[in-house]
Ligand binder design. Sequence first.
Ligand SMILES: NC(=O)c1ccc[n+]([C@@H]2O[C@H](COP(=O)([O-])OP(=O)(O)OC[C@H]3O[C@@H](n4cnc5c(N)ncnc54)[C@H](O)[C@@H]3O)[C@@H](O)[C@H]2O)c1
Length: 353
Amino acid sequence: MKKNINIGIIGVGKISDLHIQGYKNMENVEVAGIADINQKTLKQKARFWEVEKTTLDYRDLLEDKKIDVIDILTPHNLHSKIFIEALKSGKHVSVQKPMAISDKECQAMIDESIKSDKKSRVFDNFLYYPPYIKAKDLIKDGVIGEIKSVRLKSILGYSTDRQSKVNNWRFNEKINGGGKVLFDYGYHIFSVAYDLMGDIVKISSFVENTEMSDGSFLDCPGIIMWNYENQNHGSWDIVRAHKIKINSDYFNEDEWFEITGTQGFIWINRCSGKILDGPPLIYFSKGEINEITFPKEELDWGNSFNIGMKNFVDSIREDFISKLSPTDGMKVFNYCKAARLSSDQQKPISLIK
Ligand SMILES: NC(=O)c1ccc[n+]([C@@H]2O[C@H](COP(=O)([O-])OP(=O)(O)OC[C@H]3O[C@@H](n4cnc5c(N)ncnc54)[C@H](O)[C@@H]3O)[C@@H](O)[C@H]2O)c1
């Protein structure tokens, strides 16, 4: 029988539903407590998800001996502090992307994770999206030869009522840690860029700021290019197409990726949304085009959370490292920061120490 694992969640705002759903789908896993400073949110979520223990002070969960895992889903400026406290209290810890808001904070998280015998990771759901996982399997099987480049594309369209509007703190750099696009959303993109092809050594970017109707600024459109260690390269093209209605149940953005190898290429045609409502994965190999389809329920973007939650629980039960390790998380943090810096300073940024 599988060992019981009890989860404590800190911050039960918008994204928490997908995390709780993921845990609820698992055998012998229980969401044993939730914490939030907002009493109304706390009550609503406890009622909906039938969680008994609720608290306004997250430290109650850290002190609770019954809880094995802490999942941190708060605004970014709290990630590092809670992550360190949770590890010190003897819990396994998963923290939502982005890792933290400064390199000093990231380093302190790495240091604490090294001291601790508990598991810890930065969670990025893009790494658990089934078409992405399948693309990685194809690459591993040598279907496109030696991988040479990745091209990532983001379209930021307009929100519909169905899609959740992000909270204001996401536009406040003191809390968010950087720009809404390059740093916050960009953490997903650079997680993929790193997970696919390894260490980035140089980044060059050209990013504009767009004034929004409420007077705030969005750090896009932009184009970002980078080199890997072995002369391979990647790029990310971000377009604000605010008249495009994004076909997504979640957010007002969509992405598609192209990975080129010496013998072929792979297109991942969807992630957050489903604008390109065709085969989610297409690859060209040995002179032929192949299409891969998935069952509808597997393809839902929310499913990447189910797989991601399971991966962390499995990493505890089976003793492996769940992505992203804190060291990898800090690399991704540095790429997001370098992308901004390169545009501000109008020069390439070297990441070789
Ligand atoms: N694709 C994705 O994986 C994805 C999507 C959206 C958000 N996120 C990430 O998830 C995290 C949360 O984002 P969200 O959209 O749910 O934000 P949110 O604002 O909806 O929720 C954050 C919650 O944290 C609570 N909180 C604030 N301070 C707290 C404290 N001291 N103790 C306990 N709770 C506290 C707030 O009251 C709020 O309910 C962020 O790291 C964000 O970047 C990831």
